[in-house]
Design a protein around this ligand. Structure first.
Ligand SMILES: NC(=O)c1ccc[n+]([C@@H]2O[C@H](COP(=O)([O-])OP(=O)(O)OC[C@H]3O[C@@H](n4cnc5c(N)ncnc54)[C@H](O)[C@@H]3O)[C@@H](O)[C@H]2O)c1
Length: 282
């Protein structure tokens, strides 16, 4: 898809951070917007802001981990605009703890949003997008944590590796059917957002033990993550990379070229059957 003007974009986690920046970039390209977010006030503010600039935008408070809510989002999108050309499954939450410090509730929350959120989006939108037969694009937000394995991020790593492989499989499934739908998987390293404050989006309340109660290694890793996010690249740069990749039909979107060496090292470790190197991302 090279011509975005007048086309329809659906973006989850669209109220803030990377999702909001993608929505801004889509609006600049003349697209109509369907935004979903669990943060109702943030979503309303974003919609009001777009409306004040004459952008056609609708939204629905959606918890992407709940299939029925994502189906309602799809119903709204197809009802309001008749079709969908760009689906960005972006909503996600961060969590850092070594695996033995995680709870069942942590796994349910993070896998629910980061993995099932993507799956729910694919299941709710793709059948109708395929039936329409129009060219379209799907972007799933994974992470460099989906291509490498960082310490202290057990659930986050698992969720993002799963998003990468679901996206790769989806690419094959669509290509084998000569579909007009294309897929990209977005794998940023550090981006300046509020991802490190994801507990604010935890519906049952953030019952994660504070970093200060963990061992010194976990505390150090947690602080390094926070510091890396706060010094990350701007969201606008990520949004531009996403649109460049859609136009070029590029599958992997690697926003941090300097981190490619970490992917290579991981692959070489696997092929050499040696233990994983501690990579430079942290
Ligand atoms: N910031 C980074 O360094 C970074 C790096 C790699 C990947 N990512 C990924 O980018 C995506 C966006 O994160 P961000 O950095 O913009 O974080 P963010 O916290 O700034 O924004 C996330 C947005 O998703 C929404 N959200 C959270 N839970 C939701 C749910 N259950 N249903 C619907 N919406 C929900 C939030 O309200 C928020 O608007 C995530 O998938 C994240 O894992 C971020």
């Amino acid at each position: 898809m090279r011509d975005f003007n007048g086309k329809v974009a659906v973006i989850t986690g669209g109220a803030e951070g990377i999702g909001r920046a993608i929505a801004e970039r889509a609006a600049t390209a003349g697209m109509k917007l369907v935004l979903a977010d669990i943060n109702a006030a943030g979503l309303e503010a974003a919609l009001a802001d777009f409306a004040s600039r004459g952008v056609q935008a609708v939204g629905l408070k959606t918890d992407v981990s709940k299939a029925a809510e994502v189906e309602a989002l799809a119903a709204l999108a197809f009802e309001r605009f008749g079709t969908v050309h760009l689906l960005v499954n972006n909503a996600g939450v961060g969590h850092n703890r070594p695996v033995w410090e995680t709870t069942q509730a942590d796994w349910d929350w993070v896998m629910g949003v980061n993995l099932y959120g993507v799956i729910n989006g694919l299941r709710a939108f793709i059948p109708t997008m395929l039936a329409k037969g129009e060219p379209g694009h799907i972007v799933n937000t994974a992470s460099m944590a989906g291509l490498t394995s960082q310490p202290g991020l057990a659930i986050y790593n698992a969720s993002k590796h799963a998003v990468v492989t679901v996206s790769e499989g989806l690419h094959h499934d669509l290509t084998l059917r000569q579909s007009k739908l294309r897929v990209s998987v977005l794998c940023p390293a550090w981006v300046k957002t509020r991802i490190h404050l994801s507990g604010r989006n935890r519906p049952a309340g953030d019952d994660t033990a504070p970093l200060s109660t963990l061992d010194p290694v976990a505390t150090k890793v947690g602080l390094a993550v926070m510091n890396a996010v706060e010094n990350g690249i701007p969201v606008e740069q990520v949004a531009n990379d996403v649109f460049d990749a859609i136009a070029a039909e590029r599958f992997y979107i690697l926003t941090h070229p300097g981190h490619k060496a970490a992917i290579q090292t991981r692959m070489e470790d696997i092929l050499a059957e040696r233990a994983p190197s501690l990579l430079r991302s942290l």
